[in-house]
Design a protein around this ligand. Structure first.
Ligand SMILES: C[S@@+](CC[C@H](N)C(=O)[O-])C[C@H]1O[C@@H](n2cnc3c(N)ncnc32)[C@H](O)[C@@H]1O
Length: 268
């Protein structure tokens, strides 16, 4: 069995879509994995994947990219700080404010949200309990996230004041302050195959579903996100992504350039 046939067979398992530029890298990584576990080729590997859920998880981590960074696409966080979070806090005044970061990689995105809350909102809104649920399919990424230890390259969009006040330099790495880490909870979760978490005010789903998943899977994920968000909750997707068309409409764009949407509630 060749690489193309292998991808076709696993498509239905993972609901992924393939672009030419991603395929070359994936082929190399798969060949390395097949050699590492002592199999002869794609045919044998497919049998293993079908029988072994642990290998399915491993394959899922090979098939997607895990690169991230703090304050990725900074203008998104600017809109969050100047528009979304002020609107949500004014409206709530107390209680839980919950954000879900889907496909959180090694924690750069959820920690950015925690930093934003700490530096601009926490003091003025002590009655609001802010938390971020950060999920990823890749256990290795989650363990790394919990360590809160980063290379300079993943902090290149981070404002200097935040870098100085909330990170400690150790052996060439930057260690995030525990006071920021404690508002983020990490959990293993597969957005394609598991149920969503309810009661979210904002969901970040960037550079995952709306880049790598097939249209059918994107629609499934979008429905899960809508069901997880509270009424008029917000969805943030990646800068180069767009939402699949669904009828009836689930989301309306409110900051189109930054790819920020609001859950559509009829008759408001
Ligand atoms: C490119 S990173 C995006 C990180 C971050 N959201 C950002 O935009 O910077 C994609 C992440 O999605 C994770 N992932 C892949 N498939 C997943 C799935 N089915 N459910 C949850 N996470 C998944 C990968 O392990 C990876 O960490």
């Amino acid at each position: 069995m060749g690489f193309d046939e292998f991808l076709r067979e696993t498509d239905s398992l993972f609901g992924l879509q393939w672009r030419p530029f991603q395929r070359r890298g994936i082929k190399r990584k798969l060949e390395r994995r097949i050699a590492q576990i002592g199999l002869s080729g794609f045919g044998e590997y497919l049998l293993k994947v079908r029988q072994d859920p642990a290998e399915q998880n491993h394959l899922a981590t090979i098939l997607t990219i895990t690169i991230s960074r703090f304050f990725r696409d900074r203008e998104v966080f600017h809109v969050l700080e100047t528009s979304l979070l002020p609107a949500i806090t004014q409206d709530k005044k107390e209680g839980d404010l919950r954000i879900w970061s889907i496909g959180c990689a090694s924690g750069e995105e959820p920690y950015t949200l925690a930093l934003l809350w700490k530096t601009s909102f926490e003091r003025n809104w002590p009655q609001i309990h802010f938390s971020v649920l950060a999920t990823d399919i890749d256990e290795k990424m989650l363990r790394r996230a919990e360590e809160g230890r980063y290379k300079k390259s993943s902090l290149r969009e981070t404002p200097q004041a935040i870098l100085e006040n909330y990170f400690k330099k150790e052996d060439g790495f930057f260690i995030l302050n525990p006071s920021v880490r404690k508002s983020v909870e990490f959990k293993r979760h597969d957005i394609l195959r598991e149920e969503p978490f309810p009661g979210m005010d904002i969901i970040f789903c960037r550079n995952l579903a709306f880049t790598y998943f097939s249209k059918e899977s994107q629609i499934e994920v979008l429905k899960k996100i809508a069901s997880s968000l509270k009424e008029r909750g917000y969805l943030v997707i990646g800068r180069d992504e767009s939402l699949p068309l669904v009828y009836p409409t689930l989301f309306v764009p409110i900051f189109p350039t930054q790819k920020i949407y609001q859950k559509f509630t009829p008759n408001l």
